[in-house]
Write a protein that binds this ligand. Structure first.
Ligand SMILES: Nc1nc2c(ncn2[C@@H]2O[C@H](COP(=O)(O)OP(=O)(O)OP(=O)(O)O)[C@@H](O)[C@H]2O)c(=O)[nH]1
Ligand SMILES: [Mg+2]
Length: 283
């Protein structure tokens, strides 16, 4: 989730003080950043990503950014050693966003890789031990239950460099390098992003959003038509709201178009790839 403390964790574990950490309510990391450090004599690369439910980027844009990075890594035979999923224990509720986020995460990773995931709770300094322990139990019993059943691990992160390094060392010792499901779907099975499990999740959400925005726009149009004679302030406020809804609808349509264009591009690449292989065979 956005603001969970991903960049702060990487800053602690690598000792880097120049990373962009968000201190406002809006999301901070807008691109993929790779930060290297040495742990137990090994070079470790941390890949910092924006979170889903970001305030600046739609889930489609976030997924595309992550997919581009993962596809490039796949082409260079670069595997992952593990995934750290951060959850602030100070969050009083697991929102609809957080649940959706976990679903996306599961589809992107693939069930068979969940054993390489560490569900990490951060921000323990913001809660009393009792509060934290009760929330942790709820997470494990309810929201993380499926992930834990697939052997994901749940770990507390104390907010210190030592705690972060211990977590990473354990991960390096336990895990065998692997490809994410999204990488296999795109790299091995040649699927377009919208046809992968994570992509399908985004497409379903786009369809839902499109319907919702269209309904809202229609409602606003009806309201505006009927309130033409009303107070000017009301009409102005309605118009502004109407405009906002239109912008949202346009954004959703644009996301849908981008996913479809990527699918066409990926199909074209597959055809070119087949043709070039054909030529090689003839030669
Ligand atoms: N109290 C407390 N604050 C923390 C902790 N970890 C992170 N923060 C604060 O939480 C805010 C968000 O941290 P970031 O590291 O930017 O979070 P992020 O997950 O990278 O956020 P995005 O890049 O926006 O997705 C910052 O103000 C941090 O200083 C922690 O363990 N305890
Ligand atoms: Mg960040």
């Amino acid at each position: 989730m956005t603001g969970a403390g991903k960049t702060t964790f990487i800053s602690k574990v690598t000792g880097r003080t120049d990373l962009e950490i968000g201190h406002s309510l809006t999301s901070c990391t807008r691109d993929i950043q790779v930060i290297e450090t040495k742990i137990d004599g090994q070079t470790v690369s941390f890949v910092d990503t924006p979170g889903f439910s970001d305030t600046h980027m739609s889930d489609t844009e976030v997924l595309q950014l992550i997919a581009d990075y993962l596809a490039a890594a796949y082409k260079r035979d670069m595997k992952l050693s593990g995934i750290i999923y951060l959850h602030p224990i100070s969050d009083t509720r697991v929102t609809h966003h957080a649940t959706k986020n976990l679903q996306m995460f599961q589809k992107l990773t693939g069930e068979k890789n969940l054993k390489n995931v560490v569900l990490t709770t951060s921000m323990w300094d913001k809660v009393t031990p009792e509060e934290g322990t009760a929330r942790e139990k709820e997470l494990k019993d309810k929201f993380w239950r499926v992930l834990l059943a697939f052997e994901a691990k749940a770990v507390r992160y104390a907010g210190t460099t030592e705690s972060a390094q211990r977590l990473v060392s354990q991960m390096l010792a336990d895990n065998k390098p692997f490809y994410l499901q999204l990488q296999e779907e795109m790299g091995k099975d040649n699927k377009a992003l919208r046809d992968t499990a994570a992509g399908r999740e985004v497409m379903v959400e786009l369809e839902r959003l499109k319907k919702e925005h269209r309904r809202e726009v229609k409602e606003m149009e009806d309201l505006l038509r009927n309130s033409a004679e009303e107070n000017r302030n009301v009409v102005e406020a309605l118009k502004e709201h109407y405009h906002g809804r239109l912008v949202e609808l346009e954004k959703t349509l644009r996301d849908e178009r981008t996913m479809n264009e990527e699918a066409v591009r990926s199909l074209r690449e597959r055809i070119e790839d087949l043709e070039s292989r054909g030529r090689c065979a003839v030669m």
